[in-house]
Ligand binder design. Structure first.
Ligand SMILES: Nc1ncnc2c1ncn2[C@@H]1O[C@H](COP(=O)(O)OP(=O)(O)O)[C@@H](O)[C@H]1O
Ligand SMILES: [Mg+2]
Length: 152
């Protein structure tokens, strides 16, 4: 029988700054400590969607574009989380559509497991899964661990 340690050698953990994603990260670290897996932490800065407003007039941004401050904040957050992981951690901040970028990264890095929180930063409570975790579960090229935080 395959041991868990031989099955899980590289874990990708998705962090968006939410308490739910921090909880997921800690669960992922625990799993990595027990399997000896290395960890990649990824924070995706969402590129603002643009709406075409006509053939000649161009586009309207639906939210402000990402700034260097956003990038620094994301980097700092990953660094803080990585500090206490107790396993080798690589951190990366990417730009794009979060679920798609996470799935591409999982493929590119050939990770054995992708760990995400059930919910993120949005305040809606209507759904059990956020839109990013929902899309990742459907499209990931590898097993996905969706960490639900019972306290939330
Ligand atoms: N931009 C992102 N970068 C990295 N991980 C993300 C990002 N957005 C969401 N996630 C991951 O997906 C989980 C669920 O978030 P999401 O689906 O966005 O829920 P919500 O709709 O409540 O915001 C988060 O806990 C986090 O692990
Ligand atoms: Mg979200």
């Amino acid at each position: 029988m395959l041991s868990l340690a031989s099955m899980i050698q590289h874990v990708l953990i998705a962090v968006d700054g939410s308490p739910s994603s921090h909880h997921a990260a800690n669960q992922g670290f625990g799993l990595a400590r027990q399997t000896g897996a290395k960890v990649t932490l990824a924070f995706v800065l969402e590129s603002p969607p643009v709406i075409p407003v006509g053939p000649l007039s161009g586009y309207v941004m639906t939210s402000p574009p990402r700034t260097d401050a956003d990038l620094e904040k994301a980097r700092a957050e990953l660094k803080t989380l990585a500090h206490d992981a107790g396993v080798p951690v690589e951190t990366r901040v990417e730009l794009g559509a979060p679920a798609d970028v996470l799935c591409e990264l999982a493929e590119r890095l050939s990770v054995d497991l992708l760990v995400i929180g059930a919910r993120g930063l949005s305040t809606g409570t209507r759904w059990l899964l956020g839109s990013v975790s929902d899309r990742v579960v459907h499209h990931a090229p590898c097993p996905v661990l969706v960490v639900r935080d019972r306290k939330r």
